[in-house]
Design a protein. Structure first.
Length: 139
């Protein structure tokens, strides 16, 4: 790491929004590891995260709230109707039946970033066989 890298990470703009979809009761650790994994895979800097975004039915998920609180990230919550108005690459009818929108992670990331193009399309992550799935998309 050069002195430029250190300086840049200290002033890196917090411009990336991470859309999160998750199964009920997923842990803070699973969410953190999912985000870390995707950021590492796509060579992105965690310091550039402005916040997380999700559907309103996930607004009370303890793991999600703890993750935001401990990381200092904002949390944006969207109603299914808003997320349904966003064009996404990989809509899911099975998710739509559960939460009322065909996209959580991708549509939430795009909505929060106020963009039309994803930096990273949805990626599924599971910490272990006992933990629930976390879906991450980045805009």
């Amino acid at each position: 790491m050069t002195s430029f890298d250190i300086l840049f990470s200290d002033i890196a703009p917090k411009s990336l929004w991470v859309g999160i979809g998750c199964q009920r009761g997923v842990s803070k650790l699973a969410i953190e590891r999912a985000i870390e994994s995707v950021f590492a895979e796509y060579d992105l800097d965690l310091a550039t995260i402005a916040g997380l975004a999700t559907v309103d039915r996930k607004a009370n998920e303890v793991g999600l709230l703890e993750c935001c609180r401990e990381s200092g990230w904002f949390l944006k919550i969207y109603r299914p109707e808003r997320l349904n108005s966003v064009a996404v690459t990989y809509p899911s009818q099975s998710i739509s039946a559960l939460v009322g929108t065909a996209s959580v992670a991708e549509a939430a990331a795009l909505s929060a970033a106020q963009m039309d193009i994803l930096l990273v399309p949805k990626q599924k992550f599971r910490l272990d066989a006992e933990s629930g799935y976390v879906t991450v998309a980045i805009a």
